[in-house]
Design a protein around this ligand. Structure first.
Ligand SMILES: [Zn+2]
Length: 296
């Protein structure tokens, strides 16, 4: 459907004649217009969904039975949206906006930006930065909850590939084509992160898989394939997932695989048990550190 909104006149006071204040004044005024337009646009969506106001059950005319208001967090800030329930004498009721408004309290556009920030900075800083840059309001606790919900979705494909490999013995499809002249590098590391909830540290493990080259289409060779994975899980689960990922990245057809680690026991065991054909290499930083320990 086409939504047509007349934004009307945008008016703002210019306290000083500077470009910065023109820029900021316009942004604030357009944000206010955005809030009003959002309510008007949703009213148009509601009208389109209710159509001819004919009851699909009995053919009589639907009328507004109830209007409630919902606050939805948008990029322009929170807006109060009237949500109407339409009813008919036969008992049929319908709420046309039910399938349009988000299940939570924020639009997906706002949630996506918040989660984008949360991949780089903490939840608190993400919430602050988001409201600073967009006027959208979303609490750090909500961002954390949304990130946890998202984690399961991100996790599902690799969890399934790993289960197929280790439970059913089904080898993952190779997503990158390699040949015997290729080298695949698997680098893994673990780091302790303080847990605010318990006061104890937990270990986050992360890994990167990359090839020196891969054929992305016939005759076209590029370094396209750097895939990263991180998890807070046992070394066994992490190792199995990393090996499934390495197979997806062409470990079985590459000429050799190099596994880089910092010398931690779990990484050495992972190399031995799950990457038996890989060459285990102590990373340069930790190699130098070890040498300094031995020859102070
Ligand atoms: Zn009816």
């Amino acid at each position: 459907m086409i939504v047509r909104i007349d934004l009307g006149v945008v008016e703002f006071e210019l306290r000083d004649l500077t470009t910065a204040l023109v820029d900021k004044g316009l942004e604030d005024a357009v944000r206010e217009a955005h809030r009003q337009a959002a309510v008007a646009a949703l009213a148009q969506v509601e009208a389109a969904r209710i159509g001819s106001r004919t009851c699909p059950e009995c053919g009589e005319t639907l009328t507004v039975a109830k209007t409630s208001k919902r606050t939805i967090g948008l990029l322009c800030g929170p807006v109060r949206v009237p949500v109407r329930t339409w009813g008919c004498g036969c008992g049929h009721t319908v709420r046309p906006l039910a399938g349009v408004l988000p299940k939570g309290r924020h639009s997906l556009a706002l949630v996506e930006r918040g989660l984008f920030l949360a991949t780089m900075i903490g939840y608190q800083r993400s919430a602050e930065t988001l409201s600073h840059l967009t006027a959208g309001e979303i609490s750090h606790g909500t961002l954390q909850r949304l990130a946890k919900a998202e984690a399961a979705r991100i996790d599902a494909p690799i969890a399934e590939t790993t289960r197929e490999l280790y439970v059913n013995g089904v080898q993952p499809d190779e997503l990158a084509a390699r040949d015997r002249s290729d080298t695949l590098v698997v680098a893994v590391h673990g780091g302790f992160v303080p847990d605010r909830a318990t006061g104890y540290d937990f270990e986050a493990k992360c890994g990167v898989v990359y090839g020196l080259k891969a054929e992305v289409s016939k005759g076209r060779v590029e370094l396209v394939d750097r895939v990263a994975y991180a998890g807070i899980e046992t070394a066994e689960v992490f190792g199995q997932r990393m090996s499934a990922m390495a197979m997806e990245q062409g470990m079985l057809s590459a000429g050799r695989t190099i596994l880089i680690g910092d010398g931690a026991g779990w990484i050495r065991r992972m190399a031995k048990d799950l990457f038996p054909d890989a060459v285990y290499v102590l990373d340069l930083y930790h190699l130098k550190h070890r040498i300094r320990q031995v020859f102070p």
